[in-house]
Design a protein around this ligand. Sequence first.
Ligand SMILES: [Zn+2]
Length: 334
Amino acid sequence: MSSDYSPALTMLVPDAYVFPGSWGATRRWLILHKTAGFQTAQEVAAYFQAGSDGNDVSVHYVVGLDGTVVQCVREADGAGGNGVLEAGHDAWWSGNPNLVTFSIEHVDPDINNASPVTPAQQAASFALIRSICTRWAIPMRTADSNGGITGHYSIDPQSRAHCPGNYPWDALWAFLKGAAPMPVPQGWKDNGTTLTAPNKHFLVKGFRDHVLTASAWDASDMPLEEEQSVAEVERHASSGAGTRQLTVGRLLIYTASKGVMESAAGQEIKVCYDEIAAQAKQIATLTAELKAAQTPIAPTAINVTSAIAACQSIATSLVIIEKDATTLKTALGI
Ligand SMILES: [Zn+2]
């Protein structure tokens, strides 16, 4: 079976040890470890495969001193090696940290994780980190509440304060900065915190990271509005409260539990179309009712015979009056 990362060997742990599909959570962080024991990546992988620690823990990849990379857990699944939260953990963690992270072990025979990382191990580690971050849109920087890279100590500051020990963080940041410049879409501007499109709309924080870490982002796919807080980020699914921002081609959504995601735009539009159709139908019904209410009331039918009789009676009366008037004029001599 091939690995998810082509240079890696594959020694997968039993399915029962992993969180399938990471239970639907979005992975936003990458956690680095050192093994505090062992000589080779294969030894560590065999240890995980056998469930030797008694807790069925594992990590996604193990990087050996000789630069060998072994995959133990599919990237699509969550690995259990990041443990449970301990008091003093970084503020943004909540729930099960294994569901929102990838994890990489680095072989270090020293119990205190004090052996220097070898050049081959460092090169293999850095390349693997860049690959995972690029393919899973994980920010290539020190972790914060929006994602990034950090050590096991961030989650378990008491029992794992020395994990990953002397890992060369500064060299990692320099490598990631130099090797993977953030591709700002053509014509856009980025000042380090705000990514502004030519139409003046802008993206910040996780949405900015999402565009800058995308494997490709069409420069014409500009935001159509600013990020806004909403009680429900989607109409076709109950994703809860968060923020939302439309671009020409996508709906970016953020919730505290799932992080930044692209909504299933087709499903979202389908719900909107259905709502518009239902409203158009309602408007048509109301218009018809209104029209019916405005139709003038038909006049009561006139009884022509009695009307003619009435007219004749008036005419007869007029003849009499005229006759009387003539008689009166004659009598008065006018
Ligand atoms: Zn660790």
